[in-house]
Design a protein around this ligand. Sequence first.
Ligand code: C5P
Length: 236
Amino acid sequence: MKETALRERIFVALDLANEQALRDLLSQLDPKPLKVKIGYQLVYALGLARVFALLAELVPEAQVFLDLKLHDIPNTMAEGVQALKQYHQLGLKYLSVHASAGREALLRSQDATGGLFDLAAVSVLTSLEGSEYTAVFGSESSPEEKVLALAALVSSCGIGHLVCSGQELGRLRLACPSLVPITPGIRGGGVAVLGDDQRRSYTPREALGLSGGYLVIGRPIYGAADPCVAWRDLLV
Ligand code: C5P
């Protein structure tokens, strides 16, 4: 796959908590990412308007995935989504919500986008497995079964993107071929993370081989001794 084609399929997670760290990282990355994911740590630290102004300055071409992981009652979620429409002209392209918020919340949130940006529904967090998983979701279904059930719900609500781990990509493709997967928890392939909290993880090549969608990669890039080298290595 060509470098540009790969860059279009990787969201660089900018999980940084201050402006200088963001400036430092984005000044190092060459070529510039075409897709960036903004977590709520930066949004809470700087405010959303400042974050979008910085991105317009530092990576003007990039599509922005705002990873706010909304999870609330339908009215609150829909009003939250509605309030984000103003950022569409500043590059907002994807917004995350939790699939487990339920059908009405998903339908109303999708409606509230007005088609200006896409929702990405989070299925089961990639950090959950074993007893951590069953404590939240019970023991009746495996993570994969739960992801597939949530995928069916998300798809039936007209939402086009699902956040899931690499482990579910194969079956997801068969069960819900129209859903575009977004896969975090990318590890290995020459990248290592100290004190890692990701569990259901995959290497970039494995995940891209299984996925017709996108990857999210954070610490393997911004936590590397040389982020630019780590980023370039991912693109070869
Ligand atoms: O640093 P790392 O590559 O693990 O970053 C993964 C990113 O993807 C983080 O920003 C995390 O919040 C996000 N994410 C995740 N699992 C999900 C949804 C989002 O790891 N299910």
